[in-house]
Write a protein that binds this ligand. Structure first.
Ligand SMILES: [Zn+2]
Length: 314
């Protein structure tokens, strides 16, 4: 029995996973505290509950995999703005709390590992993923291994440039994909249209000037209602998203491109098809390759399943 845990800003999901990759038990808890110890103690409780639901003994769990929303180097979470963590030795703390070996990895990397190994997509060698949520997360697998790069900075697909001299990005640069295709970017565009330009929109009832986040469901509802502003902003996001996908495909020639995250989940296949339509004309040599682009197969479980996978393989 293996345990994979996905620690997110709002919830922690623990899965008890069989050696064949099947989910045998699960537990979900709200991520309440911000202190690393308190969060890991709740994660340990969730792990015990998941294993109990699987009808197994926690003693049988050899190793635990944990995904965190941060860059991870040697078991240390470098910076996790969503949790308010900086340089937290997660592996060391978790091994003390769980009383067994723990593998810690960036959550986006694990989401792609989950899709790559556990979604039964057949033999694959190279893949990349885009997770369209508050930001635009990215990950790359080359020849079956997570691409880390020379300094551990690889896979930041949200920061490939899609518009020279374009909009300011949270990373300090300009024209990044994330500055066009992320909930943060969409909200900034909507607020500017509503409150600076005085545009009319159904979104006026949903969004106030000091909002810092927007729910994907709010965008989807306005989109479905045919709201002009929602259509304009989301369509622009999808256009740039397609450019980002095409650029990565031209660089990697992957046999899988995963599109996930809250916005993709909310908009579903309609968004995936639109991004494919935007990307295909830019593909080098063979446009049919666009067929490797697909929505997450594992949805919400991808990160925890990826965590269980790295717990198994080390
Ligand atoms: Zn950026």
């Amino acid at each position: 029995m293996l345990v994979g845990i996905d620690i997110g800003a709002t919830k922690t999901v623990a899965l008890a996973v069989g050696k064949d990759g099947s989910v045998r038990g699960r537990s979900k808890k709200r991520t309440k505290a911000r202190e690393p110890e308190a969060i890991l103690e709740r994660a340990e409780k969730a792990a015990r509950e998941a294993v109990k639901e699987a009808g197994a003994s926690f003693k049988k769990v050899r190793r635990v995999g944990i995904g965190v929303p941060a860059g991870v180097l040697d078991g240390v979470a470098r910076l996790a703005p969503q949790l308010g963590w900086q340089d937290v030795p997660v592996r060391e703390l978790a091994e003390g709390i769980f009383g067994r070996q723990v593998v810690v990895e960036n959550d986006v990397n694990l989401g792609l590992v989950g899709e790559f190994h556990e979604a039964n997509l057949g033999p694959l060698s190279t893949a990349c993923a885009f997770f369209f949520g508050t930001g635009m997360g990215g990950a790359v697998i080359v020849d079956g291994r997570i691409l880390r790069g020379g300094r551990g900075l690889a896979g930041e697909l949200g920061h490939i440039i899609v518009e020279p001299g374009g909009r300011a990005c949270g990373c300090g640069n300009a024209g990044c994909l994330e500055a066009y295709a992320s909930k943060t970017a969409l909200l900034a565009r909507i607020k500017s249209a509503l409150f600076d330009e005085g545009r009319e929109s159904a979104l006026r009832d949903e969004i106030s000037p000091d909002d810092r986040v927007v729910r994907s469901s709010v965008l989807k509802k306005a989109w479905d209602a045919g709201d002009d502003l929602a259509r304009e902003v989301v369509e622009e996001g999808m256009r740039y998203f397609g450019l980002g996908v095409a650029s990565m495909m031209n660089g990697l020639d992957p046999d899988l491109v995963v599109l996930g995250g809250g916005v993709v989940e909310a908009f579903g296949d309609e968004m995936v098809e639109s991004v494919k339509d935007q990307a295909a004309p830019h593909l080098f040599a063979d446009r049919e390759r666009i067929s490797v682009v697909r929505r997450t197969a594992l949805g919400d479980d991808a990160v925890a399943l990826g965590a269980a996978y790295v717990a198994r393989t080390g």
